[in-house]
Design a protein around this ligand. Sequence first.
Ligand code: PXP
Length: 245
Amino acid sequence: MKRHVRLGINIDHVATLRNARGENYPEVTEAARIVEKCGADLVTVHVREDRRHINEKDLGDILNAINIPVNLEIGANSEMIKIANEYKPKCVCFVPEKRKEITTEGGLDVVNNFDKLKKFIKSLSNDNIKIAIFIDPDKDQLIASQKLGVKTIEFHTGSYANAFIKKNNVDLELKKIIESTTFAKKIGLNCHAGHGLTFDNVGAIVSINDIIELNIGHFIIANSIFDGLENSILKMRKVISEAIK
Ligand code: PXP
């Protein structure tokens, strides 16, 4: 039997579209229900400091609307920890956040933010929340993540996705993810992956045996404009399933 790779659908950009006009549509809860109906494993949302897409009300509404777990992406700061502790999603993924960035550019620098991360992660651990940290595929970051005591990391696949678009250094970027996954496994870390994944580039990532979860957002929501959310998720599932040996 083929291995199951969990698929989290990030619905942030449904809220981006809603917020562009300050209306109350498209509804994020409707998107979350479709994600659940399509058999995805998680609904992923990122509450950002500037609330440019998902806000706390959305988070609460989504948690009430579905039965599959919600994976909350947050920056490591006390405001976001407070939100995570209040809403208690099943999973939290710590991501770096710079105010001016368009999207999450690169992984967390665990090596240089070790003490800060340790403090915040400790304040969440009591609530049975599954914690992951979003890092670049890099050995030093993996060693630091393991020392931090987290069980799971998510590899930032953005450099690979960019290389794929530019048709430049794809093998090199992929090699970094493959070797980092092997090393992560060796030191006892579970591996997720996400950022910039599409129908065309997801296959090589999901072919890495020890990647157990993918989180995909922007491409799915963009593709939904032409093909609908349901078809886009089902097609991604199919592409993933066909790539798994
Ligand atoms: N995983 C994490 C931790 C992220 O921060 C993001 C972007 O919010 C994604 C996955 C999804 O990336 P994309 O929207 O490019 O598919």
